[in-house]
Design a protein around this ligand. Structure first.
Ligand SMILES: [Zn+2]
Ligand SMILES: [Zn+2]
Length: 344
């Protein structure tokens, strides 16, 4: 029996534990990937803390995965061993239900599969995943550079490109953390007049370094008033998980402007009068599929958008996870897999 190292959660609220497991075999339609790097995302806490209804334990978390195709199951013709691939949050769909036939794979009613939740994820030396979940990783990107783009990257990139803003429009990025620091870079590279919004004057230099044309310190200034002074935002991308911060900013939307929510806040207050009078809207955005991930990676190569990362070896997954949860990481935490000769 060939074994690998993996970091699993054995029960809700159980610890992350390093275990030896059998290397999984890919079934029909699935692919085995030898993991090179896996980002640590806040959504991994859904597994750790038992917040996902019906989740089967033990489970290996991780949905910001980059590695090489190691073996393919029956019927897989597109992917070949040796190709470098990424796997993100969207791990699979049925392709046959009404939502899938309409192209809304994120709404699959039959077999929506979330990586690291429906099947074991990337806190491991190997994983198996549905072939449909794989995105090709350009060779210009290292595994460490590509991994955070598989969730934080695609989420901000895909939300922005589908938000309705056109080149030159005013776009605000609310929050300058793991998502926001990518959001600002993407917004700038997409040609938007970009406003970074965060708490504290000390964040301005970061916002400027990321390319932001304007900065609003939401502690000292009223973000809605400041955005209106700049002409009103076509889009506000809310990357924070604080509903009050979103509520405070939404008054900065211009006519036909949209507040795009990607931070999972508990609740949020909006002014109906403001929505009605300016035909403004509030909407959410789901990260995207493997095809969207490929677009994200290619755009990042084209424009030089990169995540700032703190890297830990797999065996320090507990430390890495705690660092991510502390909110102090600058800005994404990534697990790196060693490539011991035994597994080569
Ligand atoms: Zn994620
Ligand atoms: Zn479906």
């Amino acid at each position: 029996m060939q074994t690998m190292r993996a970091v699993q959660v054995a029960r809700p609220n159980g610890p992350l534990e390093l275990v030896e497991r059998e290397i999984p075999q890919p079934k029909a339609g699935w692919v085995r990937v030898k993991v090179q790097a896996c980002g640590v995302c806040h959504s991994d806490s859904l597994v750790k803390e038992g917040l996902w209804p019906g989740l089967q334990y033990p489970r290996v978390p991780g949905h910001e995965i980059v590695g090489t195709v190691d073996a393919v199951g029956a019927g897989v013709t597109w992917w070949k061993p040796g190709q470098r691939v990424g796997i993100g949050w969207h791990g699979g769909h049925c392709g046959q239900c009404d939502a899938c036939r309409a192209g809304d794979f994120f709404g699959c009613q039959v077999a929506l599969q979330i990586t690291g939740i429906a099947f074991d994820g990337g806190y491991a030396e190997y994983l198996v995943a549905p072939a449909v979940a794989l995105a090709l990783v350009p060779e210009e990107l290292s595994a460490i550079a590509a991994a955070p783009l598989m969730c934080a990257g695609i989420t901000t990139y895909n939300a922005l490109r589908n938000a309705g803003a056109r080149a030159g429009d005013l776009v605000a990025i609310l929050g300058l953390g793991g998502l926001g620091h990518l959001g600002v870079q993407y917004a700038v590279k997409m040609g938007f007049k970009t406003v970074g919004i965060a708490r504290g004057a000390e964040k301005e230099s970061l916002a400027r370094k990321l390319g932001s044309h304007h900065y609003i310190d939401s502690r000292a200034q009223n973000p809605a008033e400041e955005l209106q002074r700049l002409g009103g935002a076509k889009v506000i991308l809310a990357t924070v998980t604080n509903g009050d911060a979103m509520s405070a900013a939404h008054g900065g939307l211009g006519l036909n402007g949209t507040l795009v929510v990607i931070g999972a806040a508990e609740s949020l207050k909006v002014s109906p009068a403001l929505l009605i009078a300016g035909r403004r809207s509030v909407k959410g955005w789901y990260s995207g599929t493997a095809a969207d991930s490929q677009d994200t990676l290619r755009f990042s190569v084209l424009t030089g958008v990169r995540s700032f990362n703190e890297v830990y070896p797999l065996e320090k997954a507990v430390e890495a996870y705690d660092r991510m949860m502390s909110g102090k990481a600058r800005f994404r935490v990534v697990l790196e897999m060693p490539s011991p000769a035994a597994n080569a």
